[in-house]
Design a protein around this ligand. Structure first.
Ligand code: DX5
Ligand code: ZN
Length: 233
């Protein structure tokens, strides 16, 4: 007899990239109170992606403002020399890109060795098979639904099929399936139905600029996903 499917918890992870950088601590507290489950931290190096954001010192400064999980998304290459700094800055999850270097397996071992949850992200053009041989080393797969580097881009619909494929590949394993880029209430239901359980959203959370707006924005993404999962709202 087959086991009943127990879905991973539904998670909304606001991306701080879309917040007001002049008041980062306040913005972290606001999304925390507005119902964020994880705080998504986009680290960009101007080399792996064509934009520069912030690094471990800025993350360390945000850390005292919430007890929620710090979900770091490293869009940097190389990543290995910086993993320890991100761990020490207070990141709970450290996600690296499959495309960022030749030794993904080693990077994931290093993250686990630092006592952190390890994630792998794949760009829109990267096949799901890129994660096939590291499944034992990961806690999270981050499917990019835009080309990384900037917030506010349009959702790439072919990501839906990739989410289904990742779900099939990771079935039975304790691995979160997270989606990042252009995620809003209009797609969170479809993504949840395809198998995603964690939703990163920048623009769709921070629009409105107040805690009340963030609360409504987070609820809208969550409710559409919960509905698709057949869960009570
Ligand atoms: C893109 C980042 C995303 C981005 C999401 O490189 O990884 O986390 O901030 O922003 P939105 O939700 O505006 O697409
Ligand atoms: Zn991200």
């Amino acid at each position: 007899m087959s086991q009943p499917f127990t879905p991973r918890p539904l998670v909304i992870a606001p991306s701080i990239l879309a917040s007001d950088f002049s008041k980062l601590g306040e913005e972290v507290r606001a999304v925390d109170q507005a119902g964020a489950d994880w705080i998504h931290l986009d680290v960009m190096d101007g080399h792996f992606v064509p934009n520069i954001s912030y690094g471990p010192d800025v993350i360390k400064a945000m850390r005292p403002h919430t007890k929620k999980i710090f979900d770091a998304h490293l869009m940097i290459s190389p990543c290995d020399p910086y993993l320890e700094a991100f761990a020490k800055a207070g990141c709970d999850h450290i996600t690296v890109h499959a495309e960022a270097g030749p030794h993904l397996h080693r990077s994931l071992q290093a993250i686990r060795g630092l006592g952190k949850k390890a994630g792998v992200s794949i760009n829109p053009a990267t096949p799901v098979s890129a994660i096939e041989h590291v499944l034992d080393l990961i806690d999270l797969v981050l499917v990019m639904s835009v080309n990384p580097g900037f917030g506010g881009q349009a959702f790439i619909r072919s990501s839906l099929g990739k989410v289904s494929d990742v779900r099939a590949m990771t079935a039975g394993r304790p691995i979160d399936i997270e989606v990042d880029g252009g995620v809003a209430p209009d797609v969170s239901g479809e993504l949840a139905a395809a198998g995603a359980n964690a939703f990163v959203a920048g623009s769709a959370v921070f629009k409105g600029g107040t805690m009340e707006a963030y609360k409504a924005n987070i609820s809208a993404i969550r409710n559409a996903a919960a509905l698709a999962r057949g869960e009570a709202i």
